[in-house]
Design a protein around this ligand. Structure first.
Ligand code: SIN
Ligand code: CO
Length: 410
């Protein structure tokens, strides 16, 4: 077990840009990302002892590691407006969503509470480094990295998520019980989503450096065994078809604004006298059908740009600050020669073929080839360095810089 006084913070490495997909990884218990995806992803749970070998190695050398974020530092995040925080107390169950006041946060030695901090990749570099380990899973699926800290006995209760999640034990021990039970009904009398009938089938105590992968809908309950227990969860979202189709259709509807011919009004010089005046005119139906076919509204190619834009939207509470003293385009180019341009940690970038979408908007439509290439690099590598940009002035890249969506590394 880690000791508070002797331990030092674990410094997670950044994964290489091109992950070796076929090679065995300690992170997955000695199987490769290819094998992990084929055997476990979205299918069955996997417990990995020593997923981060550094913890056990350092302990053997008498230099135990602790979480990259010490308790004291972590608790400060809960007080910040821009961090999505929730406080859950068990016995009796209660729930409080942030921002929290200093007084509201129980002290470390008190039992039966846990604090959940969402979207930590935006607030601490160690969290965003850990996300880089999982970049063999499409960016569109990634939700965020949540850090939980708990007093002894703390947890959110037995529940299930609709998410794939990697639960990494970072400090202290946590007992996990899981069940692939069919009955996922919830207790209606509680302020939290807690299963009515949790029947654990497997049980493990996770030590720092261990990891548990859970696909959606596996019932689970994690209870902190040590004060200051930290679990870092890398969560992957999967939108419903309703959400995808609705969002795609909204955007498709909006894109009709750009077709002036659609301003033309319906005309019915062929309409005859009718006894069924209450019916929608046949002529209107016929002409609409032709229009729908012409516009190819049911074809996937027309649909995907809107979906990609939607999935590239940042989290609701994301805040981007314009740079204090923005560099002029010439200065920007000079700076790019010596430092890397990175997406702001709350920025989302996704690609659809050659097109790039950032924070809900297309960045590449109508842009010069050098700007297009720069965006493609930012999207694929999540960084841009050097590169000759001839058309920076008034480009979407420079605009994104002025909006604080992309930032220079300090
Ligand atoms: C936790 O980290 O405390 C809970 C995460 C979860 O069960 O989803
Ligand atoms: Co959960």
């Amino acid at each position: 077990m880690t000791s508070f006084y002797l331990s030092k913070p674990y410094e997670p490495p950044q994964a290489p840009a091109k992950l070796p997909l076929g090679e065995p990884w300690a992170l997955f218990g000695g199987i490769s990302p290819d094998q992990f995806m084929a055997r476990y992803w979205h299918k069955r749970p996997l417990l990995i002892r020593g997923a981060i070998p550094a913890f056990a190695l350092s302990a053997q050398h008498g230099e135990p590691l602790d979480s990259p974020i010490p308790t004291k530092e972590l608790l400060k995040f809960a007080l910040q407006d821009e961090v999505e925080a929730r406080l859950v107390k068990s016995n009796p169950w209660s729930f409080d969503s942030g921002p929290l006041s200093k007084k509201a946060i129980p002290s470390n030695d008190k039992p039966n509470w846990t604090l959940l901090l969402q979207g930590m990749e935006a607030h601490h570099p160690a969290a965003s480094k850990i996300l880089s380990w999982f970049r063999f899973i499409p960016d569109a699926r990634l939700d965020d990295l949540m850090v939980s800290i708990a007093g002894v006995g703390g947890g959110v209760g037995p529940h299930f998520d609709s998410y794939d999640v990697f639960l990494i034990q970072m400090s202290g021990r946590r007992q996990w019980k899981i069940s692939e039970q069919k009955d996922l009904s919830l207790n209606p009398n509680l302020p939290l989503k807690i299963l009515r009938n949790f029947k654990p089938e497997q049980e493990w105590t996770l030590e720092p450096g261990d990891m548990l992968y859970l696909p959606p809908h596996v019932a689970h309950d994690g209870i902190a065994l040590d004060a200051g227990c930290q679990t870092w969860s890398v969560g992957f979202r999967s939108p419903s078809f309703k959400e995808l189709l609705q969002e795609g259709l909204w955007r498709l509807a909006e894109s009709l604004e750009e077709i002036p011919a659609l301003e033309n009004k319906f005309a019915d010089p062929k309409q005859g006298a009718t006894h069924t005046a209450e019916q929608l005119p046949e002529e209107l139906i016929k002409q609409l059908e032709t229009k729908l076919k012409e516009l190819k509204l049911d074809q996937i190619d027309g649909f995907l740009p809107g979906i990609t834009a939607y999935l590239s939207e940042p989290k609701q509470q994301a805040l981007f600050d314009a740079p204090d003293k923005p560099l002029r385009p010439q200065e920007f180019l000079r700076k790019l020669g010596s430092s890397r341009l990175l997406p702001h940690p709350q920025t989302r970038i996704l690609s659809l073929g050659k097109q790039v979408y950032c924070n809900g908007e297309s960045m590449t439509l109508g842009q010069a080839p050098d700007i297009l290439l720069a965006w493609q690099t930012l999207s694929a590598r999540k960084e841009l360095s050097a590169g000759r940009l001839k058309h920076l002035d008034q480009s979407s890249l420079y605009e994104a810089y002025l909006a604080g969506w992309v930032v220079f590394e300090h």
